[in-house]
Design a protein around this ligand. Structure first.
Ligand code: NAP
Length: 418
């Protein structure tokens, strides 16, 4: 049973009702909203009969964001008898939604699956799902664990123009769904859960998830990377109130406003271009005197009339009132001169940090990346690292999918030698 789509007139009687009500406030352009859609339907299934699970598109009912005070989406809010019992905003994993709901509902019994898989893949980005495809086609018993939906960072990428086979480009979310469908066509299974711990040494690897223990002879770590933060005071508090890390997800909130983009790499350049089409003005702040981004971005950015640059500058402070960000204080890296720049939003586009926590203390790491070469073999037998989490020169969708194929090839050799 999927979550029910409702309109504004239906919402108010449901809020007032005796039955517990879970509402997903979402919009079609929001990448995170699309990513939680699958897990949200699963929640509707799991709790059928215990609460009503609905979703409402805030774009169709313009006043609803003000009236219900929705500041970021997706917001999942729980109501009963007209009262708000709690809410969770932009949940990073289904396990977070389960944890949020747990005090209000009978807890789900944790299951232990003693079955030993040939391969467990942790992470459902392009590297993970390519490994799942190759493993399933090779006849391996493979399970992929993903915390929210297929695609990882790719699912939040508005348009991918450099993945071969798509002359007009392809939306990251759509490509992710197709990769998952392709792997599942050959028998790969997906488990939506968060991996809390992975014991990677020994012949049988033990993976502890929010949904119980699972076991495998080989493990592919495809956990990707997450956005790097500026590390400034109040940065976390201002998330969704002026600070954002994903232009494709949050750009629409800044329509006709003034935003700053921090960084000079491909992400910053792509974000600045995307935002130049939505916002009134884009101010690019970069600590060097030129972009490091690929040349293809330079001319379109220079040509965009509403894009300006603050070269050799870094953000020293975030200015804000008690509700939201109001501007930034810049410091020139050469002269030390400080400049106040009023703006409504700041997109932090300064790169990514590898999600390698599961490997800490077990695998060799270098600057946080799991050390693995072209073969994707790590410092432990039967354990492979693919995509953005491994040491490599070029982190792209196309290199992640190549890693996924290679990991399975190496795992097959390893399993054959056992
Ligand atoms: P990146 O290439 O590492 O660039 C990060 C940028 O942020 C650099 O300009 C860096 O400045 C700046 N920076 C880092 N820390 C900072 C701080 N604390 N304060 C201010 N600035 C800071 O990261 P990315 O742009 O996210 O790209 C990551 C990978 O994804 C790359 O391989 C890229 O090619 C790929 N990517 C590709 C595409 C595409 O092809 N369409 C799109 C997005 C990303 P410095 O230059 O001074 O170090």
């Amino acid at each position: 049973m999927a979550a029910i789509t409702i309109n504004e007139q239906q919402l108010h009687p449901l809020i007032a009702s005796e039955e517990m009500l879970l509402v997903d406030f979402w919009a079609p352009w929001c990448g995170d909203c699309r990513r939680i859609a699958g897990p949200y339907d699963e929640i509707a299934d799991e709790h059928a009969g215990r609460m009503t699970v609905v979703k409402i598109n805030v774009d169709l009912f313009p006043g609803i964001r003000e009236r219900e005070e929705i500041r970021r989406i997706p917001t999942l809010r729980l109501y009963r008898k007209g009262e708000v019992l709690g809410q969770i905003v932009e949940p990073p994993a289904k396990a977070d939604i389960d944890r949020f709901l747990a005090p209000h509902l009978p807890t789900k019994q944790q299951l232990t699956d003693a079955h030993i898989h040939d391969m467990i893949i942790i992470g459902g980005g392009p590297g993970g799902y390519t490994a799942a495809l190759y493993a399933a086609r090779a006849g391996l018993d493979v399970l992929l664990v993903e915390q929210l939906s297929a695609g990882g960072q790719m699912a939040l990428t508005h348009q991918i123009d450099n993945y071969p086979g798509f002359p007009e480009g392809v939306e990251g979310y759509d490509l992710a769904q197709q990769m998952r469908a392709q792997a599942e066509r050959f028998g790969a299974k997906t488990k939506i859960a968060t991996v809390q711990q992975a014991l990677l040494s020994g012949d049988i690897k033990e993976i502890s998830t929010s949904d119980g223990l699972i076991y495998a002879k080989t493990v592919v770590l495809a956990t990707g990377a997450t956005p790097r933060e500026l590390g400034l005071p109040c940065e976390k508090d201002l998330l969704g109130k002026g600070i954002a890390y994903c232009a494709a997800c949050d750009g629409m909130f800044y329509r006709d406003k003034v935003v700053a983009v921090i960084g000079g790499g491909d992400t910053a350049a792509a974000d600045a271009l995307l935002l130049s089409r939505i916002t009134k003005q884009v101010i690019v702040v970069h600590r060097r005197d030129q972009l490091r981004a690929t040349k293809i971005y330079h001319q379109p950015l220079m040509d965009a009339e509403n894009v300006t640059f603050h070269w050799n500058n870094e953000v020293k402070e975030l200015r804000h009132n008690d509700r939201q960000l109001t501007g930034i204080l810049l410091r020139n890296t050469l002269t030390g001169e400080e400049t106040e720049v009023p703006c409504d939003g700041v997109f932090v586009s300064i790169g990514r940090k590898p999600a390698s926590q599961l490997a800490e203390g077990q695998l060799l790491l270098e600057n946080g990346y799991i050390v693995a070469g072209e073969t994707t073999e790590t410092s432990l037998p039967g354990v492979y690292a693919v995509g953005d989490v491994r040491t490599k020169k070029l982190r792209q969708v196309v290199t992640a999918v190549a890693d996924g194929a290679m990991a399975v090839h190496m795992a097959e050799e390893y399993l054959a030698g056992k």
